[in-house]
Design a protein around this ligand. Structure first.
Ligand code: HPA
Length: 267
């Protein structure tokens, strides 16, 4: 049996995973450009790590090459993706210690390349998003976190804004009236491309601050990064424990969603 292949996409403040063994740097060429990745192992699984904003946090949310990132993971024949995302919390009870295993999103982005299917294939692809994140990975992360005694929140609605600016209190008030729980700038189109490519994908949303107007304090990027830094060891424990529990042969429908993804781009 071939080892399960799992990818971690690290968001703000997550630039490595210290539990990776025998890790080396690799570069994957895709039709959207090259992607720098670390490849290692953990508990008999092949694990890839990608820093979404680049190693030194140099790429802003709206300029991340999301298509290259997901195309690279597809080429590496990844089975499952665990992503982290720093978020602003719209609800007082979603405190900085909590891990929101989001189950819905609203796409409020404006100008990012958003699909693998631009019509060049000679057909149109409308992908189902009735269940936006892989239910099996979500449940593995939730169970792993609960066993570690972490504050796990089962479900939440993430809104993805274009950034790179933070939101206004008026925007946050409107999002709250729409049922949004957390706000970030990077989950879309990452989650939607992963589904188009047929990858199982889930996100651990990490509240680093209360969103604009929920708190009266001004927001800073330093505050976001400081909160992520403080949480790093516990977050790594959660990711490692989740990876150890993931199994192939899942019964979710994520893989079928990728049956139109061009075969020649998968090796
Ligand atoms: N807004 C958008 N993105 C974020 C925030 C926020 O308040 N905090 C961390 N990422």
């Amino acid at each position: 049996m071939t080892a399960m292949r799992i990818a971690i996409i690290g968001g703000s403040g997550v630039y490595e995973q210290s539990f990776l063994e025998d890790d080396k740097k690799i570069k994957v060429e895709t039709r959207f450009g090259p992607v720098a990745i670390k490849q290692g192992t953990y508990r008999d699984r092949t694990v890839f790590f990608m820093a979404r904003h680049g190693g030194g946090h140099t790429v802003p949310p709206h300029l991340i090459n999301y298509r290259a990132n997901i195309a690279a993971l597809k080429k590496l024949k990844v089975d499952a993706v665990i992503a982290t995302a720093a978020v602003g919390s719209l609800r007082r009870e979603l405190t900085p210690e909590s891990r929101v295993i989001i189950d819905q999103f609203i796409d409020f982005t404006k100008q990012r390349p958003l699909t693998f299917y631009e019509g060049e294939e000679g057909f149109v692809v409308h992908t189902d998003f009735s269940e936006p994140y892989c239910p099996e990975i979500r449940s593995v992360i939730l169970r792993a976190g609960r066993d570690l005694g972490q504050t796990m929140i089962d479900g939440g609605c993430y809104i993805c804004t274009e950034g790179p600016r933070f939101e206004t209190p008026a925007e946050i008030k409107m999002f709250k009236s729409w049922g949004v729980d957390v706000v970030g700038m990077t989950n879309i189109p990452e989650a939607t491309l992963a589904r188009e490519a047929g990858l199982c994908y889930a996100t651990i949303a990490l509240p680093t601050n209360y969103a604009a107007g929920v708190s009266s304090e001004p927001l800073t990027q330093d505050e976001v990064l400081a909160a992520m830094d403080k949480d790093k060891p516990e977050l790594e424990r959660l990711i490692a424990a989740s990876i150890a529990r993931l199994k192939t042969g899942t019964s979710c429908r994520c893989r079928e969603a990728g049956n139109k993804y061009p075969k020649e781009q998968t090796s």
